[in-house]
Ligand binder design. Structure first.
Ligand code: SAM
Ligand code: SF4
Ligand code: SF4
Length: 395
């Protein structure tokens, strides 16, 4: 690997979770009542814990842009773990049930397991634990898996775009080998991450971005490999997120083609939607009696380009520096950091977040489906402002 891993030190990580839980308790539960203009609830929060990454995936942080001259956020601009947890507690009080830690590469954030420990203590208004997960490129997972599990992480998504080293190294663009990511996945399994009550690893997902002309030949080998382990392989259409990846529709392989390819080798049956707002269309592998067999794993198709799923999108995104984005394709965030650093009470902050969500009408992918020129012009969404990068607000 050519890139140097720069651990991010957060001196403020030893904050006591007590204050967080108190702030949460002070809020009246508001359940499902926080809905946006399209009647979508605020169920899902993605939190970016760093804008840095040790990979340079061409579809996300192309080397030409994210080079030595690129300015990342300074350490002091980052939300502390305590601030993140206080905000997360407020979202949970407003109805959020699922939190995903992301980035950049989240495992570069030093002592991330402390944040995991704090977040895993949050409870929904009805007293349920939240569904806490993390998306990682897997490069540091072998080192971190056991710590994360011990801190309360139950599920994990690992990104891997190919099993062929040559293809994978070209895509991560830092010469990172496949085997190290596979070792990370093995470490996650050994730590019991993603293990369900049936003894299957249904809580481990593998994200593969499919870029036509680059890695579609890896789809079947990836399915063969992960199927045997009973994991979930999610095949993601290459998206026009941000403004730096030079996206072209010709490089998108529609999920319908991906499915057709998989069906040349596997017997797949559609699985019911697990919950509203689910991004993937799920398919199970059938056993010899023709039934979907969870022990054999599943495939999820994420068709953000060809079959937009904005209608049920319940996802908010919190950037590393505390800006709230209401859509992956937004150009502007709303400053929650100033609020959390002011004397505003938890109830006041909750009120502000609820107000922002109630005014939300974002549905970029649906609009792009009607007018592809939106994708060609990354400045379209908000009067000449560039769309935010995925490495900044997370996937
Ligand atoms: N660094 C971590 C990782 O790669 O898993 C977490 C952050 S990354 C931005 C989150 C997810 O977004 C990854 O699975 C990545 O493959 C996906 N992603 C990034 N850019 C994308 C694009 N242009 N189209 C589709 N998915 C993308
Ligand atoms: Fe880094 Fe993840 Fe983006 Fe790849 S997709 S450059 S691993 S943040
Ligand atoms: Fe949600 Fe925006 Fe993606 Fe639509 S385009 S699914 S609103 S994040």
């Amino acid at each position: 690997m050519n890139e140097r891993v720069i651990p991010l030190v957060d001196e403020r990580t030893r904050a006591k979770p007590v204050r967080v839980l108190r702030a949460q308790a002070a809020l009246p539960p508001v359940g499902d009542s926080v809905q946006d203009l399209l009647a979508r609830p605020l169920k899902d929060l993605r939190i970016s814990v760093t804008d840095r990454c040790n990979f340079r995936c061409s579809y996300c942080m192309p080397k030409e842009v994210f080079n030595a001259q690129y300015t990342y956020l300074p350490q002091k601009a980052l939300l502390s773990f305590e601030e993140i947890t206080r905000l997360a507690g407020i979202f949970v009080a407003l109805g959020t049930e699922k939190i995903r830690l992301t980035g950049g590469e989240p495992l570069l954030r030093k002592n991330l397991e402390l944040l995991v420990g704090q977040l895993s203590a949050l409870k929904t208004p009805s007293g349920q634990s939240i569904d806490l997960t993390l998306t990682t490129n897997g490069s540091l997972l072998a080192k971190k898996a056991a710590l994360l599990k011990a801190a309360g992480l139950n599920r994990i998504t690992v990104s891997l775009d190919a099993l062929d080293d040559r293809v994978f190294k070209a895509m991560n663009d830092v010469d990172f080998p496949v085997q190290d990511v596979l070792d990370g996945i093995e470490a996650a399994k050994a730590a019991g991450l993603g293990l369900d009550d049936d003894g299957h690893f249904s809580g481990i997902k593998i994200n593969m971005v499919v870029k036509k002309g680059t890695n579609e030949q890896e789809i079947l080998p990836m399915a063969r490999f992960f199927l045997n382990q009973g994991l979930t392989l999610r095949l993601i259409e290459y998206m026009d997120v941000g403004s730096t990846n030079g996206w072209r529709m010709q490089e998108v392989m529609p999920s319908s083609d991906v499915l057709a390819l998989l069906q040349t080798e596997f017997d797949l049956v559609p699985l019911p939607t697990a919950h509203r707002g689910e991004t993937a269309k799920r398919f199970g592998f059938v056993n010899s009696s023709g039934q979907a067999d969870s022990a054999r794993g599943e495939v999820g198709l994420i068709s953000s380009v060809t079959q937009a799923f904005c209608g049920d999108c319940s996802r908010a995104r919190l950037s590393t520096e505390g800006l709230l984005y209401l859509c992956l394709f937004a150009s502007e965030g709303h400053d929650l950091k100033s609020l959390i650093q002011s004397n505003a009470s938890a109830a006041e902050i909750a009120q502000s977040v609820a107000q922002l969500w109630r005014k939300r009408s974002d549905r970029y992918s649906l609009l792009r489906a009607q007018d592809l020129s939106l994708a060609a012009d990354p400045q379209t969404p908000a009067q000449g402002k560039k769309r935010v990068e995925m490495s900044y607000i997370g996937g």
